[in-house]
Write a protein that binds this ligand. Structure first.
Ligand code: NAI
Ligand code: MG
Length: 492
């Protein structure tokens, strides 16, 4: 496992010599130590990225040449799937099948953006029809410059890929700041880039804490674009930092996403997606459907089956066979979730199941699958992102009521609706104020489709061509054919 910063294609210690602990959340044991970057290290990384952009080969290569490197990175990630997935389990706690899924997805993201990089050779220029004779114009796409990417701990390598792959595809150079909670797989991207032949400085990786390493990156005048995934308060701080030098930003922040289940949904299907929507990845998912609205006629039946199935989820170490719920990512996150559960109880929400640390798992950061009914609409657990395996369920009687309840949130990342009536499902999907809407499912995420939120859930879209456009500037090039003098000052 890597333990140094990756700057200009070299592994270097932090200038301070400091390191920080990497902790396995299944038992809170320190498993590794990695370099703790400070402002001087971030400055060196940004300078490397700046030089690589201004004078290095990367932005000047053809799209096909960049694609070849990105494809090699994707191939190498795919070849190392099992090893990287196990690293992710050690660092994050997630069950191995989820980690394998993440790593396969990560390889897919590099392959996808390799294809888009190649397409840029033909798509980067567009003729513009002008309404004046004698002039022709075209819009040309160019890389934005140096991108600073700051990512969270819930899908460590996948979230890195969502930013690094499109940025490199566009011809940008990158400084990546992984979460201090899960630095391991992001650091491997350095080794993977080296092996694939990425030129020096095109990708730099600085591990460290938010204030020491994240903030200096957001404030650095040589960074042109910031891409962030994480909490609303940090996103808001990054937006403020970006304002000074007017950097381009994309933010993917929190959510409190609704899942509306109409009574014509088969009960077992409802149970499957309600559970997948909140218990998958320990509920540490920005798009988790943590507010579930069930149409009154099936409410009691769904609640009974839901509590029964939630109680059956196999909890344990991520490497153990059949485990579907691992530990939360660290003690702080576990504490935050348990505190939210206490607030829910205090404000009168009814605990249907779970609510604490599962028996026999006190050595790790585990939290039971937890279901609340009747949470007050103005309370904490109904409105605040908990980012854990905690779901609030209510019943509704009309479609209008369901849509109004679903949209009554400061967030707007995702929303889901289940119904056998396709017209109704489509109508509700259109009425949701959210950037990602699922019909008859919740959570499946596709590299080809746009990802991002309305309202406080963020700015901009990642993935698909939208993700590439985050890293491209548009330049207008207009020519005059000199067919006649302009004649404003110089009269004939
Ligand atoms: P955070 O938003 O503070 O951290 C995310 C990243 O931002 C990390 O790499 C961190 O080092 C960096 N960071 C922190 N402060 C910074 C600053 N001032 N300037 C620049 N970078 C900075 O989230 P944290 O503390 O890990 O988790 C807190 C809560 O955030 C969670 O409980 C959850 O509710 C939410 N969250 C949301 C995620 C999402 O996917 N939308 C992912 C992770 C957390
Ligand atoms: Mg860890």
């Amino acid at each position: 496992m890597q333990d140094k910063l990756f700057v200009n294609n070299e592994w270097v210690a932090a200038t301070s010599g400091e390191v920080f602990d990497v902790v396995d959340p299944s038992n809170n044991a320190v498993v590794h130590k990695v370099a703790k970057a400070g402002p001087a290290d971030v400055d060196a990384a940004v300078k490397a990225a700046r030089a690589a952009f201004d004078t290095g080969p990367w932005p000047k290569l053809s799209g096909a040449e960049r694609a070849a490197v990105l494809r090699k990175m994707g191939d190498e990630i795919a070849a190392r799937t099992d090893e990287l997935a196990r690293m992710e389990v050690l660092d994050n706690g997630k069950p191995l099948p989820e980690a394998v899924w993440d790593i396969e997805d990560t390889a897919g993201v590099f392959h996808f953006y390799a294809d888009l990089a190649e397409r840029l050779d033909n798509d980067a220029e567009e003729e513009i029809a002008l309404g004046m004779e004698g002039f022709t114009s075209k819009a040309v796409k160019e890389p934005v410059g140096v991108a600073g990417a700051i990512i969270p701990w819930n899908f460590p390598m996948l979230m890195a890929s969502w930013k690094v792959a499109p940025a490199l595809a566009a011809g940008c150079t990158v400084v990546l700041k992984p979460s201090e909670v899960t630095p391991l797989t992001a650091l491997e991207l350095g080794a993977i880039a080296l092996k694939a032949g990425l030129p020096a400085g095109a990708l730099n990786i600085v591990t460290g804490l938010g204030p020491d390493a994240g903030a200096p990156l957001t404030e650095h005048p040589d960074v042109d674009k910031l891409a962030f995934t994480g909490s609303v308060p940090t996103g808001s701080r990054i937006m403020a930092a970006a304002a000074r030098d007017v950097k381009t930003i994309s933010l993917e922040l929190g959510g409190k996403s609704p899942l509306v289940v109409f009574a014509d949904t088969p009960i077992e299907e409802a149970i499957e997606w309600i559970m997948f929507g909140i218990f998958w990845n320990q509920g540490e998912v920005c798009s988790a459907t943590s507010r579930v609205l069930i149409e009154a006629p099936i409410y009691d039946a769904v609640m009974a089956r839901l509590a029964e199935e939630a109680g059956k989820i196999k909890i344990g170490h991520g490497l153990e066979d059949g485990v579907l719920l691992g530990p939360q990512v660290n003690k702080a996150q576990q504490g935050k979730i348990l505190a939210a559960i206490e607030k829910g109880k205090a404000e009168g929400a009814r605990l249907v199941c779970g609510g604490g640390v599962p028996e026999g798992f006190e050595q790790g950061c585990y939290v039971e699958p937890t279901i609340f009914a009747d949470a007050p609409l103005d309370g904490h657990v109904w409105n605040e992102e908990i980012f854990g395996p905690v779901v609030c369920v209510r019943s509704f009687t009309t479609e209008d009521e369901a849509v109004a309840l679903a949209n009554a949130s400061e967030f707007g990342l995702a929303a889901a609706v289940m119904s056998a009536d396709t017209d109704r499902a489509e109508r509700v999907a259109r009425a949701f104020q959210a950037g990602i809407v699922w019909i008859n499912c919740s959570q499946p995420t596709f590299t080809e489709a746009p990802w991002g939120g309305y309202k406080k859930s963020g700015i901009g879209r990642e993935l698909g061509v939208w993700g590439l456009n985050n890293y491209l500037e548009t330049k207008q090039i207009t020519s005059y054919d000199r067919s006649k003098p302009w004649g404003w000052y110089i009269k004939e």
